[in-house]
Design a protein around this ligand. Structure first.
Ligand code: OXD
Ligand code: MN
Length: 615
């Protein structure tokens, strides 16, 4: 397709301005076809950037630069007009200054390269909940990944018509080529101090420069579907959340839909694709990372997965931890920063089997295969943030209605994080505002493996949105409170807080997790069905004794008591930390409903004395 085929006046004008600034050698309008994907992938292979995998049909391995391996939060900016609109949890920068700096970097940055114009839809094309974007990029790798992660092409332009809304997303790897110069097999990107992942919320505009990796470059994902969409959702009265969406069917064949927000590295993709150990129950996947939810005419919240693929963390993914993910990546998959085996397959730490012979690690170096299925820290074969990009339709348990343009009606929200102590296996909020309170206090305990000077501390990540909320987090809390007023309480999803990560005194996990989490999901399902399976406690509703099915489970009665009781002393510390360290960050913007929920919790905890509320 040619740029002249573009009928959208504003989009055309924007693209022409970008061409003037970035000065590419060529411009190409993407149609989203298989032929286009294959042609661009071949270009990447010919340039020595991608390696076809002999063992996986139509799959390729890429290795990035060591300086370009993950989202760069320190270089991610919310450039709202007023600093206070970005809030205390974002990096704010003045939009005019940022544009000046970035215009300097963008000027001539695509010399020697082709500029690709990618029309894409977040969500099923034409769905009332979906939104359109146009990403302009100088990276073929980005085009191929966008083909998998979003719906790309002509059909999107048809929906946009001549004046439909779209979010302009500008991306450059920041590495112009001199005449005759090529990438010579080196992943193109700019130095760290020249990387900018910038959001202009008032203009609904994204400018990204200098990185080719994941969320920094695939702008439909975190930049659009969370940071910009969270602003749209606030203004338009809906929810854009860092949540998986799953469909659960009970043995009687009744269906419910559950979404869940968990900070990165808490097993969201695993939960979205869980294989239940409870007989007769079925879990299917609608989405593994992002949910957009709007009220339907019946007053219920309906969710779509705005993405079309999975951009999952590879290390740790195995037939044991996530068999359905392993099945999803058998073909048509892009792997980034994984190890390469002699026979032409990928390998990573935690894949569930040792590798044989020699491997090529993510730096491109030949290495003897580690004896075990793991490597010492810093010496990994696969980078700890190595990824697979796979089409969602390849997931064996993708729900048949995952692309329903209406979305799926949500029955429950889950919040969770890694909390070795205090937070029980599951508890339910008393009402909507109490549920918003639970979302606002989400956090994960930092372990020695992560940042040594924060060990044992809880790093708060409200709603698992800390790096992804495009405006002031206090206003975001307020938005959640307002959503609760838009419909009757019985139509709102019920809100639960789960914690799969409680540990005993020997630092061992008490709860087995993975497929066994279906036992907790079953309790939540029944709870949404109005079953009398809960008791009121100082922290909210918790399972009645025996209400969680433990048949065949290797967890003792005492251990179940331990993870299903209210740890009064632990909660007192929790309340103190929220009151002294967490909530003050939001200043005047903290909704009074949340302080009230904290006060109520404190009163109830104090009234329970030192009793452990063990059932
Ligand atoms: C992700 C993340 O990559 O949350 O999905 O970091
Ligand atoms: Mn995520």
């Amino acid at each position: 397709m040619k740029l002249d085929d573009l009928k959208h006046t504003k989009a055309k004008a924007w693209i022409e301005d970008v061409i003037k600034m970035c000065q590419p050698d060529d411009v190409y309008l993407c149609d989203g076809s298989q032929e286009e994907y294959d042609r661009l992938m071949q270009k990447l292979v010919d340039a020595g950037l991608g390696t076809p995998l002999k063992k996986r049909k139509h799959s390729f391995l890429f290795r990035s630069q060591p300086s370009d391996v993950a989202r760069v939060e320190a270089r991610t900016f919310i450039a709202s007009k007023k600093e206070e609109d970005a809030g205390p949890t974002n990096h704010w920068t003045d939009p005019a200054e940022l544009k000046k700096t970035m215009t300097g970097l963008y000027t001539g940055c695509m010399k020697g390269r082709t500029m690709y114009v990618i029309p894409f839809s977040m969500g099923p094309v034409g769905s009332d909940i979906a939104k359109n974007g146009i990403e302009v990029t100088d990276s073929e790798y980005v085009v191929c990944n966008m083909h998998i992660m979003t719906r790309v092409g002509t059909k999107v332009l048809d929906v946009m018509g001549t004046d439909g809304e779209f979010v302009p997303c500008l991306h450059s790897v920041g590495k112009p080529l001199a005449p005759g110069q090529t990438d010579e097999g080196q992943w193109p990107c700019a130095d760290m101090e020249h990387k900018y992942i910038s959001h202009f919320p008032e203009e609904r505009l994204i400018w990204s420069y200098g990185s080719g990796y994941g969320g920094n470059a695939l702008l439909g994902k975190k930049c659009f579907a969370l940071r910009i969409a969270s602003v749209l959702a606030r203004d338009e009265g809906w929810l854009s959340e860092h949540m998986l969406i799953l469909k659960i069917t009970n043995p009687e064949g009744r269906v419910k839909y559950i979404t869940g927000a968990f900070p990165s590295a808490c097993g969201k993709t695993n939960l979205a694709m869980l294989i239940p150990t409870l007989p007769g129950w079925k879990v299917e996947t609608v989405g593994d990372d992002i949910a957009w939810m709007k009220f339907g005419k019946d007053g219920r919240l309906y969710a779509i997965n705005p993405e079309a693929g999975f951009f999952g963390v590879a290390p740790g993914t195995s037939d044991f931890s996530n068999k359905n993910a392993m099945e999803s990546i058998k073909e048509n998959t892009i792997f980034t920063n994984c190890g390469l085996t002699e026979d032409g397959d990928i390998w990573w730490e935690g894949i569930g089997y040792p590798a044989k012979g020699e491997l090529i690690d993510w730096h491109g170096k030949k290495r003897p295969a580690p004896e075990k299925d793991k490597s010492p820290k810093g010496e990994e074969i696969a980078h700890p943030n190595a990824r697979f990009t796979a089409p969602a339709r390849q997931c064996p348990v993708i729900a048949d209605n995952w692309e329903d343009p209406q979305g799926v009606p949500i029955d429950a929200f889950l919040f969770g994080g890694r909390r070795p102590s205090t937070i029980p296996l599951v508890h339910q909020s008393r009402d909507w505002n109490h549920g918003v309170f639970l979302g606002s206090i989400v956090g994960s305990e930092v372990t020695a493996a992560v940042i040594s000077d924060q060990v044992g501390q809880v790093r708060r990540d409200p709603f698992a949105m800390l790096p992804f909320c495009g405006y002031h987090m206090g206003d975001y809390f307020k938005h959640w409170i307002e959503i609760g007023k838009k419909t009757s309480a019985d139509k709102l999803p019920k809100i639960f807080y789960v914690n799969w990560f409680r540990k005993d005194e020997n630092d061992n996990f008490i709860w087995p997790g993975y497929g066994e989490n279906s036992r907790v999901l079953a309790w939540i399902f029944d709870r949404c069905d109005g079953k009398d399976n809960a008791v009121d406690t100082p922290i909210g509703w918790m399972p009645k004794e025996g209400a969680i099915n433990t048949d065949g489970l290797d967890v003792s009665k005492e251990q179940m008591k331990e993870i299903l009781s209210v740890d009064v002393e632990g909660w007192k510390k929790e309340i103190k930390d929220i009151r002294e360290n967490h909530y003050p960050k939001f200043g005047k913007k903290l909704p009074k409903e949340l302080t009230e929920a904290l006060d109520t919790l404190e009163k109830r905890i104090n009234a329970s004395g030192s009793c452990c509320c063990k059932q």
